[in-house]
Design a protein around this ligand. Structure first.
Ligand code: BUP
Length: 467
């Protein structure tokens, strides 16, 4: 069996969508080896600091080392999104602080660092000087990773070069084309912070020893095969390990969800559509109201998590203020509308829930698959249109390509209530969708069973890391 001295340090970045998979990875790894989690302070959201505390209470055997961020002048960063500013603060701080921090983790000596993708350029010089193997936990889909990893082959490492090289769609060998309309919007904004990170870090991929992705073969066969082929044919391309599905852990449970659970308990089986757009994207008031009207119109019961601010600490107005009292009154009969953090997996695993209107964040897609809840994907931002292809191609759900990005900002269009109602009805009524998600769920269960492909992937990694 594995020697206890294998020691893995995990270095996540900001935001719940990134923190959660790192914590779930920590929980899977701690069964086999020593784990240290590097946490950064301060966090952007309350949800992050709360979850970190609960994690260490639940896993006292995981060591914590704290990484205090150096101050960053926001005017030196081309972004107003607090999460992107935080990513940059972590990147810059890591250049100075990571080396002494990793060197201090000496008992037992560190075997490997697993970190967030947009830290590659900060981490590589450090791990090279310490001769430490380095792996990424890519917190999106394998399809998105194929896109990320393909960029250096077509661009001149800048948005301008990329835009002119792109055309209508990007043909990546082995996967279906990525249309221009699916490119993360910020990648097309010259000199955006996001574009800077994307191009700088993808260009250094060949210095990464391996990539872990929370996915499994049957969910993304084409992308995983294509990545494997690329590894075989291209020197320096890192191996990709499908280590999913990651599952929710007990410590993630939140008290606030009791009222939600009580309400769900009263609803008939598979009668409720759950609506949530993730932890980082706020929607415009106009879109929120059309969505609310659409939910009323669809005729199904619904549980809707409203979000109109990017960061939870800024959410000051109650849900009535945000969606309007008149609409709240209409929604009362069939809906429960909340504006706080909920226990999403508890909701998805509830027998009353039959469908999920989701922004198709990678974690949400995987969670819906695990519980066999079919998805109506409505991408808001970033990687989400690329993930929506995974939803459709795998049979986990549907999406409407003609709908614009669903968030708030210049490039977003409001989708009207009638269209929303019609698609939600299709989601809830289609028998073929039900059958297809059932098949994907079965595959997810097989991948996660004891001795299944997920366990084998971890054993392979740990064997390598102990050398
Ligand atoms: Br909101 C919300 N409760 O109320 P994604 C989210 N979640 O448990 P995102 C809750 O946050 P990225 C809530 O289950 C999932 O694990 C949810 O991750 C959980 O989207 C996670 O789905 C959200 O990947 O992150 O937040 O947009 O930017 O990484 O896609």
């Amino acid at each position: 069996l594995v020697r206890p001295e294998t020691h893995v340090a995990l270095f996540p970045s900001a935001g719940m969508g990134h923190l959660i998979p790192f914590l779930r990875l920590a929980a899977l790894l701690v069964r086999h080896c020593r784990v240290t989690l590097i946490t950064t302070h301060p966090t952007v959201s309350l949800a992050e600091s709360n979850l970190i505390s609960r994690f260490f209470s639940a896993f006292p055997q995981v060591s914590q080392v704290s990484f205090d961020l150096l101050p960053l002048d926001p005017s030196t960063v081309n972004s107003t999104d607090p999460f992107w500013i935080q990513f940059e603060a972590i990147r810059r701080s890591a250049v100075h602080l990571l080396s002494p921090l990793l060197s201090s983790l000496s008992s037992p000596p560190l075997s490997v660092l697993v970190y967030y993708v947009f830290l590659i350029s900060s981490v590589i010089p450090v791990v090279e000087s310490l001769r430490l193997p380095n792996y990424i936990l890519f917190v999106s889909t394998a399809r998105m990773f194929s896109f990320f990893a393909y960029l250096p082959t077509i661009s001149t490492a800048s948005s301008a070069g990329f835009v002119s090289a792109f055309g209508d769609a990007l043909e990546i060998p082995g996967i279906s084309p990525v249309p221009r309309s699916s490119i993360p919007p910020l990648l097309l904004v010259p000199d955006s912070l996001f574009a800077h990170m994307f191009f700088t870090d993808s260009a250094m991929l060949n210095k990464v020893d391996g990539v872990l992705i929370n996915t499994f073969k049957e969910l993304e066969p084409e992308a995983l095969n294509a990545l494997n082929n690329r590894k075989q044919s291209e020197q320096g391309f890192p191996p990709v390990f499908a280590v999913g599905p990651f599952e929710r852990l007990e410590f993630e449970e939140v008290d606030q969800c009791h009222a939600v659970s009580k309400w769900l308990d009263k609803q008939p089986e598979e009668s409720v559509v759950y609506v949530s757009f993730g932890s980082r994207t706020a929607q415009s008031r106009d879109q929120l109201r059309e969505l609310g009207e659409g939910l009323v119109k669809c005729g199904y019961r619904f549980l809707w998590v409203v979000k109109d601010k990017i960061v939870d600490k800024d959410e000051e107005e109650g849900v009535e203020m945000v969606v309007g009292e008149e609409l709240m009154e209409k929604m009362k009969e069939k809906g429960l509308v909340v504006k706080h953090w909920v226990d999403q997996e508890k909701i998805l695993s509830h027998k009353a829930v039959g469908g999920f209107v989701s922004h198709s964040g990678a974690n949400s897609v995987m969670e819906a698959v695990i519980y066999g809840v079919r998805i109506l994907a409505w991408p808001n931002n970033g990687d989400q249109r690329i993930n929506a292809d995974v939803v459709e191609e795998s049979g986990a759900g549907i999406w409407v390509r003609s709908w614009g990005w669903g968030g708030d900002g210049d490039h977003y269009e409001v989708v009207k209530r009638d269209e929303i109602a019609e698609k939600v009805r299709e989601l809830m009524e289609s028998q073929s969708l039900k059958v297809k998600i059932g098949r994907v769920q079965e595959e997810a269960k097989k991948a996660a069973q004891v001795g299944g492909v997920r366990d084998r992937a971890f054993m392979e990694l740990i064997e390598m890391w102990k050398m």
